[in-house]
Design a protein around this ligand. Structure first.
Ligand SMILES: [Zn+2]
Ligand SMILES: [Zn+2]
Length: 335
């Protein structure tokens, strides 16, 4: 029989139905990706084409050139100039501001065919430190109220450029989903005096069955109400609402490297999304919130049930997925 679970941090419900996997519609196996060149002359992010983008930040390369760059997104849906004003004329109860905001593409490597799962730990650390730099830079703009950092890896996860990159968006509003999660976190804190994420993490560490990896700063686990197969969270062990405060980039780079290499090897380089969920450095009235990283391999698709209910069907057991990832050792040639 299936089981219906709710995630206390997100409030989302999921039907855990591993029998569904037997239908064969969900399979982690896919054809080997086509050979991708190390350099593509027409790619706007490949070395030599720097003039095609407006650079905001760079980390120099060890042997000259650059190692990581952040550039203005040419196709941003938000305008970097102007003020946040209400143009007026909205239905009762609705809100409207003009589309002012910041949007950068963080080019993670000069190599067109590089992939985050296979970056050496020191390079992953440089990418994380670049995230931190841009995150704080965005929040220094008084028009920005919420910053999200995310990565779409592969066309099925929403990537439109093959060159390895992430994105950073500074919004002039706080998204409803963030407001809802903050509210859940606040209610839990007011009724128990504890951080909801800290107590979830403590419980996961005691149970152990959904842990994938752990080091001195971070724990990677599959939430008990994971919405899809191998949907994974990385929680910092120390309680902080903002990811830039005590990032411990070396520790985060280590655990990301381990987790991404496992996913890459076991699921054969799947498309995935990575999101850093954090509040800004100044949001002192939300000290109950706990920042984290979410990684969602795109191994099954949302359909009518999900759209119609806001609930999900996960055709896998979070405990089995965690055990498989925990026990999987990537090929040392790759990792
Ligand atoms: Zn390229
Ligand atoms: Zn906490």
């Amino acid at each position: 029989m299936s089981e219906i679970r709710q995630n206390p941090i997100t409030g989302e419900w999921v039907v855990i139905a591993p029998e569904r996997a037997k239908r064969g519609a969900n399979t982690a196996l896919r054809a080997a990706p086509a050979e991708i060149p190390n350099f593509l002359a027409a790619c706007p992010f490949c070395p030599g084409n720097e003039a095609m983008s407006e650079e905001q930040f760079r980390v120099d390369g060890v042997k000259g050139g650059w190692s990581v760059r952040s550039v203005v997104n040419k196709f941003s849906v938000l305008s970097p100039t102007g003020d946040v004003v209400d143009p007026g004329c909205v239905p009762a109860g609705a809100m409207r501001v003009n589309g002012v905001g910041l949007h950068e593409v963080l080019v993670e490597s000069p190599h067109h065919n590089a992939t985050m799962a296979l970056y050496p730990v020191p390079h992953l650390r440089r990418v994380l430190e670049a995230f931190q730099n841009r995150f704080l830079g965005f929040y220094s703009d008084p028009r920005v109220r919420h910053v999200i950092i995310f990565k779409n890896q592969g066309a099925d996860a929403g990537a439109s450029q093959q060159h390895p990159h992430s994105q950073i968006v500074g919004l002039p509003v706080v998204p409803g989903q963030v407001v809802d999660r903050l509210e859940r976190s606040r209610r839990f804190f007011e009724s128990t005096g504890q951080c909801l994420a800290c107590s979830v993490l403590a419980n996961e560490l005691v149970q152990g069955c959904r842990i994938v990896a752990e080091n001195s700063g971070y724990v990677a686990f599959i939430p008990h109400a994971a919405l899809s197969p191998y949907h994974l969270w990385i929680f910092p062990k120390s309680h902080l609402p903002c990811f830039s405060g005590a990032l411990q980039p070396a520790r985060l780079a280590e655990i990301l490297h381990v987790v991404l290499a496992k996913i890459h090897g076991m699921l054969n380089n799947p498309p995935f999304n990575l999101v850093i969920r954090s509040l800004g450095p100044e949001e002192t009235d939300a000290s109950h919130f706990h920042w984290y990283v979410a990684i969602v391999p795109r191994v099954n698709k949302r359909a009518g049930f999900e759209l119609g209910t806001g609930m999900y069907i996960n055709p896998s057991s979070p405990e089995s997925c965690a055990q498989a990832l925990r026990e999987y050792s990537p090929d040392p040639e790759d990792a």
